[in-house]
Design a binder for this molecule. Structure first.
Ligand SMILES: [Zn+2]
Length: 242
C-alpha cells in the first residue's frame, strides 16, 4: 500500500490492514445497524455532557477531516453516564461527509446512509494520557450524531463558516467559545457497542454512543462542506455488518 492511507483503491480501507493490522480486527467500526436485531438493555443509563465553551481552541484541516480541538489537560468538558463507567474528557470533534447529501455517514441504520456523521471524541483520564487510553478497551468514548437534510441548524453555522478559513491540508484557525452540546438532538436515546476508530490505525478502544435521532441541517449548509475540496469527498469506510 502507498505510504499514506486514504480512500482511493490503492490506499483505501481494503488495504489499510497492510500497514495497520488492527483494520482486520474483530471489533472494527463502523458497522451497519439493523434496528430489528438490536437488543434493548434496561440496565443502560442516560448519558450527559457538561462542556466548558472556553475549552474550545482550534479548528484544523488535517487533509482527512476537519477537527475542532479542545483543551483536555484537566477535567473541563466531560461526558458521563450511559454505558460509561466513569467520566471522559472531550478532546476533539470532527465530521465525516460525502460528495453529495445521499451518503457521507460511516455507520448506516437499516441501510440508510445519512448525509454526514459528527464524532465527538472523549478519553478516560484514569489512563493518564490520551495515548495510553488508546491502548485500553474502554479508553475512548465517541458520541456519534447523524446529520440529515431538513431545517437549518443555526448552531452548526459557526463550524461551517470556519471551514472557509481552513480549505487546505495543514491549515488551522482559532475556534473559541463553543459548546458542542448545542448540536445534540432533543432526544438523547442511543445505541451502544464496543468498536474502533474508523481511520488508521483503527485502534479497538471505543465505546460508541450513537444517537438515534439525527440532527438536521439545510442543503444550503452542506454546500460549505462539499466546497471544502481539500478533504477527500469519496464515501468513507464501507460499514461491516455486526
Ligand atoms: Zn470519526
Amino acid at each position: 500500500m502507498a505510504k499514506e492511507w486514504g480512500y482511493a483503491s490503492h490506499n483505501g480501507p481494503d488495504r489499510w490492514h497492510e500497514l495497520y493490522p488492527n483494520a482486520k480486527g474483530d471489533n472494527q467500526s463502523p458497522i451497519e445497524l439493523h434496528t430489528k436485531d438490536i437488543r434493548h438493555d434496561p440496565s443502560l443509563l442516560p448519558w450527559s455532557a457538561s462542556y466548558d465553551p472556553g475549552s474550545a481552541k482550534t479548528i484544523l484541516n488535517n487533509g482527512k477531516t476537519c477537527r475542532v480541538v479542545f483543551d483536555d489537560t484537566y477535567d473541563r468538558s466531560m461526558l458521563r453516564g450511559g454505558p460509561l463507567t466513569g467520566p471522559y474528557r472531550l478532546r476533539q470533534f470532527h465530521l465525516h461527509w460525502g460528495s453529495s447529501d445521499d451518503h457521507g455517514s460511516e455507520h448506516t441504520v437499516d441501510g440508510v446512509k445519512y448525509a454526514a456523521e459528527l464524532h465527538l471524541v472523549h478519553w478516560n483520564p484514569k489512563y493518564g494520557t490520551f495515548g495510553e487510553a488508546l491502548k485500553q478497551r474502554d479508553g475512548i468514548a465517541v458520541v456519534g450524531v447523524f446529520l440529515k437534510i431538513g431545517r437549518e441548524k443555526g448552531e452548526f453555522q459557526i463550524f461551517l463558516d470556519a471551514l472557509d478559513k481552513i480549505k487546505t491540508k495543514g491549515k488551522d484557525a482559532p475556534f473559541n467559545h463553543f459548546d458542542p452540546s448545542c448540536l445534540f438532538p432533543a432526544c438523547r436515546d442511543y445505541w451502544t457497542y464496543q468498536g474502533s476508530f474508523t481511520t488508521p490505525p483503527c485502534e479497538e478502544c471505543i465505546v460508541w454512543i450513537l444517537l438515534k435521532e439525527p440532527m438536521t441541517v439545510s442543503s444550503d449548509q452542506t454546500i460549505s462542506m462539499h466546497e471544502t475540496h481539500s478533504i477527500p469527498i469519496s464515501v468513507l469506510r464501507i460499514p461491516i455488518a455486526l
